[in-house]
Design a protein around this ligand. Structure first.
Ligand code: PLP
Length: 401
């Protein structure tokens, strides 16, 4: 590593809180599926900022939209209307096949918005007694880092020392429809889930699970809320991961690739009768839905649609996954994935493998010690994927047996 990179890393280490453990690389530039470090070394980006970069780094159309808006009007607050929000919301709702959307900034804020929406609907529409609403969540979930959200995490690192937890959440195993049924009672207002559990290590739902969950939610009048912040917008080889099971939830939580990585943009998108229950003063955000965000979000969605990124992800992902499945190593436990949302699970910590991949020019990150997630930008091309497979195969071969 150069002195320059070392110095930059040292600055972060000295002045930043150590709430992350980044790989020792300092990046300075990105384009498509590539990033370059401060010394000019090129890497394939196989993390895509946890899937915020489905459209690739600095997609020219999204950058152009941002530049056109910058210097014109960036922030109005929602105290006034602006000329960008309406068109963005329209495209977002039409794309999701939903009636209304509520724009926020980070993913966690959109999840918080979903929690408030489900509770509000429970009291106003379902008739649950005040302060009795329950939301069912899944074990090993990841929905963000706010106090309420980490309060229903089953990951010790996430919740320990941040209590007391917000009440009103019930955990069930992901993939177990009977457990979901047993957890539903008269106070249940929502079922919040990831259709593919990303941070848990790309855990796919068992066949038929989401369909059963849909039926249970409809039967018992429970809102089905899919957190597609990571799995959605093409990542898993469909516009939404729920599409693989032909399931339409009542609410989608979106974020990450909703901006193509240029800006924090998130939204709750869903049924009109649910979102209509918010009235002025009951929810908001100073930056949520600002004109710059709306311009970027609209462009980011148009790229996903016009470049058919979900179809591209399905096709390229299927090819890549079948290649990964040819890898052989005594400590390789499982290769799994859907679209370009993939993971290799080993029987021991993958950190040395992650560092070797970096040295060979591919950036990826371990999740939960033994699993390495592989999620390149969806604009990646076949030649780049072939190069990535060569790197991964060589690193796996060199991984101590
Ligand atoms: C990343 C993520 C979030 C949180 O988004 P932030 O923008 O980091 O707050 C929530 N849910 C899922 C499934 C995610 O992957």
């Amino acid at each position: 590593m150069s002195a320059k990179a070392k110095a930059l890393i040292a600055l972060e280490e000295k002045y930043g809180a150590h709430n992350y453990h980044p790989l020792p690389v300092a990046l300075a530039r990105g384009k498509g599926a590539y990033v370059w470090d401060v010394d000019g070394k090129r890497y394939l980006d196989f993390l895509s900022a946890y899937s915020a970069l489905n459209q690739g780094h600095n997609h020219p159309k999204i950058v152009a939209a941002a530049k056109a808006q910058l210097g014109r009007l960036a922030l109005t607050s929602r105290a006034f209307h602006n000329d960008r929000l309406g068109p963005f919301l329209k495209l977002l709702c039409e794309t999701a096949g939903m009636e209304r959307a509520l724009p926020m900034n980070s993913g966690a804020e959109a999840v918080e918005t979903a929690i408030k929406a489900m509770r509000l609907w429970g009291y106003k529409a379902k008739g649950v007694d005040q302060d009795r609403a329950e939301i069912i969540v899944c074990e090993r979930n990841f929905h963000g880092r706010t106090t309420t959200i980490v309060g229903f995490s089953s990951d010790e690192e996430s919740f320990a020392n941040f209590g007391p937890a917000t009440p009103g959440f019930v955990k069930v195993p992901f993939g177990d429809a009977d457990a979901l049924k047993d957890a539903i009672n008269a106070n249940t207002v929502g079922f919040l889930f990831e259709p593919i559990q990303g941070e848990a290590g790309v855990i796919l739902p068992p066949a038929g699970y989401l369909k059963k969950a849909r039926r249970l939610c409809s039967t018992y009048s429970v809102l089905m809320c899919a957190d597609e912040i990571q799995s959605g917008l093409g990542r898993a080889g469909a516009l939404f991961a729920c599409d693989h099971d032909s399931v339409k939830p009542d609410l989608y939580v979106l974020g990450k690739a909703l901006s193509g990585g240029l800006y924090p943009i998130s939204a709750l998108v869903g049924r009109g009768d649910v979102l209509e229950l918010f009235t002025p003063g009951t929810h908001g955000s100073t930056f949520g839905g600002n004109p710059l965000a709306a311009a970027i979000g609209e462009a980011a969605l148009r790229v996903i649609l016009s470049e058919k990124l979900p179809e591209r992800s399905a096709k390229l992902g299927a090819g890549f996954l079948s290649k990964l499945k040819t890898l052989n190593h005594p400590k390789l436990h499982e290769v799994r994935g859907r679209g370009l949302m993939m993971a290799i699970e080993f029987t021991e910590p993958v950190q040395p493998l992650v560092e070797d991949l970096m040295a060979r020019g591919l950036l990826a990150k371990g999740t939960h010690e033994n699993t390495i997630r592989l999620a390149p930008p969806l604009v990646i091309n076949q030649a780049q994927l072939d190069a990535a497979f060569k790197i991964i195969a060589a690193a796996v071969k060199a991984f101590p047996q």
